[in-house]
Design a protein around this ligand. Structure first.
Ligand code: 5GP
Length: 198
């Protein structure tokens, strides 16, 4: 899942995984320092840049990207462990990371969450920063959002976050529909077909 900063994706994903069984959120690694209220191992795995670089060299990442000057990545071992336990994993990643997954042939459903409008996103960014982040940061995020929204054409689904509950309903619908696809259901369907032959 990708969404411009300020779209509300953290809330959406928290509610989504709470509502759908066997769906977990991946915890990314980042070189950025923790913000007040964030903790290591909960919001992110906060690692320094040298450790992040070591992980890149060790090919530990399914995908990684430089976002706003900090490095962010998904550890391949983390998603593999969840999938081996029968769970689906939501990666909340930027558009570069989503592209990389596509290029690497990773089986993924790409969902882009859009804000209702540029004005709505700007209002959210300003409310969230509440004077803490300067004007330049808000403007830079809006410019990044413009480029990211343009990249949403490469995704499989687009969901507009106009109302949180409606948006979570639609996201849940996407997950359930993807789980019902033939590729995902092949083993279960084959087992059922076998009962007809027995
Ligand atoms: P923030 O620092 O505000 O938590 O996140 C900044 C951006 O980094 C967001 O757009 C978020 O989606 C992206 N991001 C977070 N984790 C990852 C990751 O593991 N991989 C990639 N490619 N982007 C990430």
């Amino acid at each position: 899942m990708s969404a411009p900063s300020g779209t509300g994706k953290t809330t959406l994903v928290e509610r989504l995984v709470a509502r759908v069984p066997d769906l977990v959120r991946s915890r990314s690694y980042t070189s950025r320092p923790a913000r007040p209220g964030e903790s290591d191992g909960v919001d992110y795995n906060f690692v320094g840049r040298p450790r992040f670089r070591q992980m890149i060299d060790a090919d530990a990442f399914l995908e990684w990207a430089d976002v706003f000057g900090h490095l962010y990545g998904t550890a391949a071992a983390d998603t593999e462990r969840e999938q081996a336990a029968g769970r689906d994993v939501v990666l909340v990643i930027d558009v570069q990371g989503a592209r990389l997954l596509g290029r690497r042939g990773v089986a993924a459903t790409r969902i882009f969450v859009l804000p209702p409008s540029r004005a709505a996103l700007e209002a959210r960014l300003r409310a969230r920063s509440a004077g803490r982040e300067d004007e330049a940061v808000v403007l830079r995020r809006l410019e990044t959002a413009r480029r990211e929204v343009a990249a949403s054409v490469g995704y499989d689904y687009v969901v507009v976050n106009d109302d949180v509950d409606d948006c979570v309903d639609r996201l849940r619908g996407i997950v359930l529909a993807e789980r019902a696809r033939l590729e995902a259901m092949q083993a279960a369907a084959a087992d059922i077909a076998a009962t007809f032959r027995a």
